[in-house]
Design a protein around this ligand. Sequence first.
Ligand code: ACO
Length: 427
Amino acid sequence: MANKVTLTYNGDQTIELPVLPGTLGPSVVDIRAFSKTGMFTFDPGFLATSSCESKITFIDGDEGQLYYRGYPIEQLAEHSDYLEVCYVLVYGELPNAAQKVEFEKTVMKHTMVHDQLTRFFNGFRRDAHPMAMMVGVVGALSAFYQDSLDINDPEHRKVAIYRLISKIPTIAAMCYRYNQGLPFNYPKNELSYTANFLHMMFSTPCENYTPNPVLVRALDRIFTLHADHEQNASTSTVRLAGSSGANPFACIAAGIACLWGPSHGGANEAVLKMLDEIGSVDNVPAFMEGVKAKTHKLMGFGHRVYKNFDPRAKIMKQTCDEVLNELGLRDDPQFQLAMKLEEIALSDPYFIERKLYPNVDFYSGIVLTALGIPVSMFTVIFALARTVGWISHWNEMISDPGMKIGRPRQLYTGAKRRDYVAVTDRK
Ligand code: ACO
């Protein structure tokens, strides 16, 4: 394989650009020397551009493969659990038995938030979107945990990483409870990470609440499937914010803001809204006509990288089956409608030609609804799960001695130089 490409420009001038191989996936052309030509490259949306080197997550979009630190997502979803996946993402290896116990103990010991932080919520309207509160409250962590903000100190970075993984479920549950007008629940550290989250969401002081193990496992799997996804929009946002030296809590708040968009983390919320709008199976053909006329998109379908199938969607569909069976909801009309939409779309040439398949969010919304989690909390659940991915990427970037501030260039197509005109002389 060629280890360099030669580029001819301005007719007869040439420049050689090295080709860098990865351990998996396509090689990349190192274009850092390209600016010597006096030009820049142009790639809006990063369709052909690698923004960084990373050892964390690998995706093969054509083959439908997703590996965290080399471990296939199917194996992690079946044999591991979310906290172990967190360890793998942060440290790069599976923990041994002692490391696993120590990690779980440390994470579960720091689940409480500073008491003053709980009062922060009073400043929000009761009907504030929980993602709006997440952006604000997670950003505010930097005001509460000032002893872990020195990004050049590996120990500070480690403390910030643990704090984020430990406290994000507590903050997420607080957003929900605030919306509901319910008192905040303190964490119960003897529970598992995911069971504790369900406890903080749904316990009341008036009656005992025992999380159903099938539902705990399903939510844990949702966390695992959303834990990382290489250089997606929100992860790239975290990296870009972090490249200026911003503190980790501020960077994660930036990631949460990016995730909120309907093309990214807002997709499963959009799927449920779409199912509500369609209403019944009878309305599916008319809805599909609208999709083909590009009046609206089929939410939960398509992916920038997966152009064959989304491996997370397969696991999520199976999880969806398990949860609906456990709760006796197999005949749920919304689920039946979703299955009909999937069936029609997968056999329609419009979707086949464009390689559009269900993504993880097509099913995750149905599972989350069955768990009793309201639609407005869906993206919050995603943010909770993705925090470990974001912070692992942030840590990888900061640990790289060659790190540079992210500063893209542009193709300028605005006005040429012109002189200021006094307001009295303007037409
Ligand atoms: N419904 C209908 N048509 C679609 C859809 C869809 N969901 N997605 C893509 N298309 C069409 C486009 O209109 C385009 O058609 P054209 O070639 O006739 O112009 C073609 O398929 C290619 O689409 P692009 O938008 O170029 O694909 P891109 O890779 O840029 O977009 C994206 C990916 C944003 C995810 C898109 O598929 C989409 O908006 N899907 C719905 C939202 C969604 O489910 N997002 C979740 C992503 S997964 C996640 O964040 C966990």
